[in-house]
Write a protein that binds this ligand. Structure first.
Ligand code: URA
Length: 285
């Protein structure tokens, strides 16, 4: 479509849609006729994510465009870039070397294998009060968190604040008796808010485990499948919510993600039961 054919409202709607899909840069003045390029190999089929109990609604990211590079360079053998054979082992080493939360944040910022960092505005490391007895772990920053640099500040964060308020917790209260500490498995907003692949979760898990060790909460709440997978290696939040996981250094309560509850309010009864169990365990000292 010729740009001149777009009325301003349509152009704005298209731009907003692209931004929502994770487009961050305009890459050329001249349009590329991708049909004239030699057909690139089709991208690996990726199932369309279905909104479920695992976290935020995830619109399927737009398929990547055909590469405009020459056919020769497309078929060239992969260069040896010196990448580690095992990014998980490298993450373990980087996380383990961090002696405090500031060092852990710096280690994440310096870790070279985090995908999508370039598309995010900033790192979203944590919010609330470090050292609070209750630590919330979500999935990944969304658009609002990317703008503000703090986890859970969008609509699902507003529901989370109400849920925490119902058990006497407030992220803005620095006191140990009411405070909360918050983070995510991913620290950079993924394009299109895509759900992270299990391999990426496995790579980020050492940073999360170290984050928990350094923040030293009494209880961790895993909100949705991504933190559940990072902490246990398995998903299945619907089956596992409401049951304490006791085999690590800190007890973990898996529960529904607030974004899921916004879409599926029938899950709120279970989430409320989980919150009460968290409140009672905190009160038990
Ligand atoms: N959803 C998350 O899982 N984390 C956030 O910080 C915001 C939304």
């Amino acid at each position: 479509m010729e740009p001149e054919a777009l009325d301003p409202a349509t152009a704005r709607a298209l731009l907003e849609w692209q931004a929502e899909m994770g487009v961050t840069d305009a890459i050329g003045e001249e349009a590329v006729d991708r049909y004239a390029l030699e057909a690139a190999p089709p991208p690996a089929a990726k199932p369309t994510p279905v909104p479920g109990p695992e976290g935020d609604a995830k619109p399927a990211p737009a398929a990547p465009p055909a590469s405009p590079v020459s056919p020769a360079s497309r078929t060239a053998p992969a260069l040896d870039l010196g990448l580690p054979a095992d990014p998980v082992a490298e993450a373990e080493a980087a996380a383990g070397a961090a002696g405090d939360l500031a060092a852990l944040r710096a280690a994440i910022e310096a870790f070279p294998h985090i995908r999508h960092r370039e598309g995010a505005r900033r790192i979203v490391f944590s919010g609330g009060t470090p050292g609070a007895p209750l630590m919330i772990v979500g999935e990944a920053p969304g658009r609002d968190e990317d703008v503000e640099g703090e986890p859970f500040v969008g609509v699902s964060g507003q529901l989370l604040d109400r849920m925490l308020g119902a058990i006497g917790r407030d992220r803005r209260d620095p006191g140990a008796d009411r405070g909360v500490y918050l983070t995510n498995v991913q620290h950079y907003r993924p394009p299109g808010n895509a759900t992270p692949e299990p391999e990426e979760v496995a790579m980020l898990a050492p940073f999360l485990r170290r984050h928990i060790a350094l923040a030293a909460p009494r209880i961790v709440v895993a909100m949705g499948n991504t933190p559940l997978r990072a902490l246990t290696g398995q998903a299945g939040i619907t089956r596992r919510r409401g049951t304490w996981i006791e085999d690590g250094p800190v007890p973990v309560m898996p529960t529904f993600h607030p974004a899921y509850l916004l879409r599926r309010p029938e899950g709120k009864a279970g989430a409320w039961a989980d919150l009460q169990a968290i409140r009672d365990r905190l009160a038990a000292g």
